[in-house]
Design a protein around this ligand. Structure first.
Ligand SMILES: NC(=O)c1ccc[n+]([C@@H]2O[C@H](COP(=O)([O-])OP(=O)(O)OC[C@H]3O[C@@H](n4cnc5c(N)ncnc54)[C@H](OP(=O)(O)O)[C@@H]3O)[C@@H](O)[C@H]2O)c1
Length: 306
């Protein structure tokens, strides 16, 4: 079968379209005929070798994590899915998804709602669940304010909407080019960069929390805006702990993914596909995401062939 592989760690240019051996479906797994996939920063970081200690790769490796498609085989002990079901899920740990048949643990998969396209559905697993994890940790209520750092990005786009649907006011920190996108999500955009905290609108420190998806030099100042640093979470910067906040790591699971898919299907959360690449151009998609300026998600289309 066809797959996007890499022979060793490196820049996106190491990615190539290859023929690889079909693999049997494992216990607890479903094999998903890929229709669409999405690209996350962790994909190009894994290919670059940044996660070599945490998630070592055997070469040649198949790239990618988030997929949508149709179940073509069901492993032992899988009761939730049948051949022919349209599903979404992620391949852990960030290896093996971008192939004609993606092996997904049934425990982290969910049914694809009919009202979502495969492209939209493929955007949900990593970015959507990470945003859900962050917003659940903060549990904002109507009248609260959530500051989202990196509001126009993959996670930020979902986090902004989840906070809004909880009734919170959202201040979305983004580039000037992302301001319209953030406004469309129902948030008040504020440009990142020097002097950031002086540009923030009036906030009630006692009712404000922070979702950080970027880290960086402004993090300490942003946490200091809050009355209680424990109301700061980051999915990008473990050092938030030194400022009194919490670093969160997403734990994929099918129940949460189904909940998110339901929210997307009934319009409570909009999936924003910023740009779609044919799957054979995955290296261009990596470069595009890595370059920044993406407002929403980057998708790979496998529906028209490899
Ligand atoms: N902990 C976990 O479980 C977990 C899970 C998934 C992802 N992550 C990590 O979370 C991070 C975000 O992921 P993502 O998918 O949202 O990435 P993304 O789509 O690339 O979004 C990142 C956002 O950060 C913005 N940004 C750039 N410079 C900034 C600055 N100085 N201040 C504030 N924002 C800035 C970018 O804006 P512009 O592009 O407009 O400059 C972009 O919108 C990545 O580091 C990823 O590896 C962690």
């Amino acid at each position: 079968m066809k797959a996007i592989t890499y022979p060793g760690y490196g820049e996106p240019s190491v990615l190539e379209l290859s023929d690889i051996t079909d693999r049997p479906v494992g216990r607890g797994e479903i094999l998903v005929r890929l229709v669409a996939a999405s690209v996350n920063p962790v994909d190009w970081k894994t290919t670059a070798g940044y996660l070599a200690d945490y998630a070592p790769v055997e070469f040649p490796a198949v790239a990618g994590s988030d997929v949508s498609g149709t179940v073509v085989a069901v492993g032992d002990d899988v009761t939730e899915f049948r051949v022919g079901d349209d599903v979404i899920g992620s391949v852990a740990p960030f290896i093996g998804a971008f192939s004609e048949l993606a092996p997904v643990a049934a425990a982290v998969a969910a049914a694809k709602p009919d009202r979502l396209t495969f492209a939209e559905a493929a955007c949900l697993p990593t970015a959507g669940l990470t945003a859900l994890t962050a917003i659940r940790a903060l549990a904002p209520e109507p009248g609260d304010t959530v500051v989202v750092n990196g509001a126009a990005g993959g996670i930020g786009t979902f986090a902004t909407q989840l906070a809004r649907s909880a009734g919170a006011r959202v201040v979305g920190i983004c580039s000037p080019a992302g301001a319209d996108h953030v406004r469309r999500l129902g948030a008040e955009p504020v440009a990142y960069g020097p002097g950031l905290t002086s540009r923030l609108p009036d906030l009630d420190p006692a009712r404000t929390s922070l979702v950080d998806t970027h880290g960086g030099e402004a993090l300490a100042d942003l946490v200091a805006v809050l009355g209680d640093p424990a109301r700061a979470v980051s999915v990008a910067a473990p050092e938030i702990g030194t400022h009194g906040g919490r670093y969160l790591v997403v734990a994929p699971n099918g129940g949460d993914l189904a909940e998110l898919a339901g929210a997307a299907a009934d319009g409570r959360v909009q999936v924003v596909v910023a740009r779609t690449f044919p799957i054979r151009d995955t290296r261009d998609a990596y470069e595009h995401l890595r370059a920044g300026g993406v407002h929403g998600k980057v998708v790979l289309d496998a529906s028209t062939g490899w």
